[in-house]
Design a protein around this ligand. Sequence first.
Ligand code: G3P
Length: 217
Amino acid sequence: MKFFIDTANLAQIKEAQELGVLDGVTTNPSLMAKEGITGRNNILKHYVDICKIVDGDVSAEVISTDLKGMIKEGEELAELNEQIVVKVPMIKDGIKAIKYFTDKGIRTNCTLVFSCGQALLAAKAGATYVSPFIGRLDDISTDGLNLISEIRHIYDNYDFQTQILAASVRHTMHVIDCAKLGADVMTGPLSAIEGLLKHPLTDSGLAKFLEDYQKGN
Ligand code: G3P
């Protein structure tokens, strides 16, 4: 299972990279705005800065909603660095754009996916990644994890190569549940990754080991 961090915050990306388990980064326009990164040139520069920190894939989202605009933006993003994966929204022109990029060898991440039908279309168009937003489904009393399970089932039926990127992961249990269900990737906040470290028996056990070591010295 790949671990992506879902942020545009360079300090957090560095911290996750230093942990040694980071496989990539996902961003979106809201995450960029949260870091105060605005304007096309600043946003493009920020993607380049992120690519310098991590070794893996970096999803960069198009803003256009028409095919021509998405193609222009996506090609510009893909030119920035070979790590860039063009993030395209799940809309009609988005599917056309994903097919176009797939045929050109440009990798894509189909975002804002909330149903099996949408995930099926993304796979048919050849998306590299499909991003079901589990947290946002949970927010409206719909089981986000169930969607991961159903997409896994459908993709396995036909051996689709599109990777299931569980997005809108909010906490550590989401990470563990996504792993149980066979998501290929999860993207979430640093806190969800660091939560995997925690167990009180690890803390008390280590404290005892260190105490006993001191007694013998
Ligand atoms: O990767 C998608 C993600 O950024 C959405 O997360 O927490 O805004 O639903 P959230």
